[in-house]
Design a protein around this ligand. Structure first.
Ligand code: EPZ
Length: 418
């Protein structure tokens, strides 16, 4: 288990390029089994969630080769429709394999998906949608058994704009018989990326990025060579880091509209932000004001995946802030760790009441999930004195080369094997 040793208080200067989006690459990997032709995904981030998904594909019998920053998946010889429970427990994204396995094999078996411990994370929306497409589903001994003679297009309305459920439906519907319409679809940029990927394979999908997506089933899908959209959550994490530490950095690869609400909140904190094409420049004197209120919402609202990071910023700013987490039930596991650094935060249900303190101080803290872990790293970078951040396996799921990138920006951070 690795840990970071961080000497806080160094301002950040320089440029950082965002990686391809973790939450796009994962569904694209799942989509690769929809064809028996080779699929290439370029500039794949070196993060453990991608490695885990690649392993799941290998267990299906696909050949997966990482070469020069790309990954090539050849699933011509894929023979299994069942994904191993150990890996699926680790990775929430395994659940969208249901759609692609059903499309490929007419059957799919998947263990109840795991992933970050940030809430109940039910999959009722996924399963109800698959049933609308003609899938029969049996749940027993912690596994989900799906089968379907022929996937048939249908009108589907989602009670909640679930990202994963929208993606699962897309994967199941692209080769179904007839037309599928998803009402109340998620509008995240990663859904648009999946539409572009599937259409490049020969699918007929329209409307991604809006709440109505239409899919005309096609008979066959071909191979594709594709570069995913960049990671807006990684980019946002670096912008918040600079706000906390002070200095001036430019994040490259993500357009302002992908992070509109975060930029609005950072300006409210007192940061200067300039954007041009896919470049976002931020400067901060580290003497910030709290945001009065932040509510996480589906895209284009404030992203739940940046909630922990912006709370860490508010913990060391002037004034008070109310943070409301509307998507996940228990996404405040990082708060007790921030309290060790001198933060003054009270969590009540989905709300966190932050009273800003002058400056956090270094401490020994433990990561509990991916984004909460990132928030602890950001807090430590801005805190007075030395910190150690333990159990980096959570952070390594979604951030490639974190310590190298922060070191290049002037931070004092190093990884130590424990
Ligand atoms: C995706 O998770 C992302 N993961 C999450 O990022 C992100 O936080 C989330 O979307 C919201 O943006 C990937 O893309 C791999 P949801 P997902 O289905 O698909 C409820 C990260 O840190 N719900 O949109 O699991 C659910 O409980 C990760 O990178 C149901 O009730 O999210 C939650 O309250 C964490 N029934 C809400 O919807 C369902 O069948 C949002 O979930 C499905 C979801």
């Amino acid at each position: 288990m690795d840990k970071f040793l961080i000497e806080g208080g160094k301002p950040l200067y320089g440029t950082v390029a965002a990686e391809s989006a973790k939450n796009s690459v994962l569904p694209l990997l799942a989509a690769s089994v929809l064809t028996d032709a080779p699929v290439t995904i370029r500039s794949v981030p070196q993060i453990s969630d991608v490695a885990c998904m690649a392993q799941i594909l290998k267990e299906l019998g696909a050949k997966v080769t990482f070469r020069g920053g790309s990954v090539v998946i050849d699933s011509a010889d894929a023979h299994s429709h069942s994904i191993a429970s150990v890996l699926t427990r680790e990775l929430r994204s395994s659940v969208f394999m249901l759609g692609s396995l059903l499309s490929r094999f007419g059957r799919a078996v998947c263990a109840y998906p795991g992933g970050c411990d940030i809430g109940l994370r039910p999959i009722d929306l996924h399963l109800n949608a698959l049933k609308r497409l003609g899938v029969s589903i049996e749940e027993r001994d912690g596994c989900i058994y799906c089968s379907c003679e022929r996937l048939k297009g249908a009108e589907i309305v989602l009670d909640f704009p679930s990202v994963g459920a929208t993606e699962n439906i897309l994967l199941a519907a692209v080769k179904a018989e007839g037309r599928t319409v998803i009402g109340g679809a998620a509008k995240e940029p990663e859904i648009v990326d999946l539409q572009n990927f599937l259409n490049a394979m020969g699918a007929n999908v329209k409307g991604a990025g809006t709440d109505v997506i239409e899919i005309e089933g096609v008979k066959k899908l071909g191979g594709v060579c594709f570069t995913p959209v960049k990671d807006r959550i990684e980019a946002g994490s670096y912008l918040i880091a600079c706000a906390i530490c002070g200095g001036e950095i430019e994040v490259v690869g993500v357009k302002a509209e992908m992070l509109a609400l975060l930029l609005h909140k950072l300006r409210e904190n007192g940061c200067k932000i300039h954007t041009k094409n896919d470049k976002i420049r931020i400067s901060s004197n580290a003497a910030l004001k709290c945001n009065r209120r932040i509510e996480t919402m589906p895209f284009p609202g404030f992203p739940t995946d940046l909630q922990a990071q912006i709370t860490a910023l508010n913990a060391g700013a002037e004034g008070g802030a109310l943070i409301v987490e509307n998507l996940f039930e228990t996404r405040y596991k990082y708060v007790p760790e921030l309290l060790k650094m001198g933060a003054d935060i009270e969590v009540r249900g989905r709300s966190a009441f932050v009273r800003g303190v002058k400056r956090l101080h270094g401490a020994s803290v433990v990561c509990r999930d991916l984004r909460g872990g990132a928030a602890l790293v950001l807090a430590a970078l801005g805190a007075e004195g030395r910190s150690e951040v333990l159990d980096l396996s959570h952070v390594d799921r979604g951030y490639a080369g974190l310590e190298e990138k922060f070191t290049k920006l002037g931070a004092s951070i190093r990884r130590v094997r424990v």
